[in-house]
Design a protein around this ligand. Structure first.
Ligand SMILES: [Zn+2]
Length: 120
């Protein structure tokens, strides 16, 4: 009996919290424009980390975030930013080598899947 009362209170408190969250969190509209000029407007909380690209709602192409009336410059690899693993790998290996490694990996994965199927 007392347990169900407590559960009810907890639910009430949670829904209050959710309501205040909506009221107090700041939101802004952000516009994304794809190569064809379609505008996709999204609303994000002010503290949210904005994606630089979004899928266009009209044509499903990649749309770029607009800032100050123009497209943001997409984070590209330069000397300033930290490099991705992929870039570091590319520096050490050629594309052909990578494709070979990938093929090997796929073989292993396929073999694993095949054996898993056999067991099941
Ligand atoms: Zn589009």
């Amino acid at each position: 009996m007392s347990q169900s009362t407590m559960r009810g209170m907890r639910l009430g408190a949670q829904s209050l919290e959710a309501t205040s969250g909506i009221v107090f969190s700041e939101r802004s509209d952000y516009t994304y424009i794809c190569a064809k000029g379609h505008e996709t407007v999204l609303t994000f909380a002010a503290e949210a980390e904005l994606p630089q690209t979004w899928q266009c709602k009209a044509c499903s192409a990649a749309a770029t975030l607009q800032e100050g009336g123009k497209s943001v410059i997409l984070e590209e690899t330069d000397d300033k930013g930290p490099r991705t693993h992929w870039e570091m790998i590319l520096e050490r290996r050629t594309r052909e080598e990578l494709e070979e490694i990938l093929a090997e990996r796929l073989e292993i994965i396929r073999a694993r899947r095949a054996s898993a199927k056999g067991e099941a």
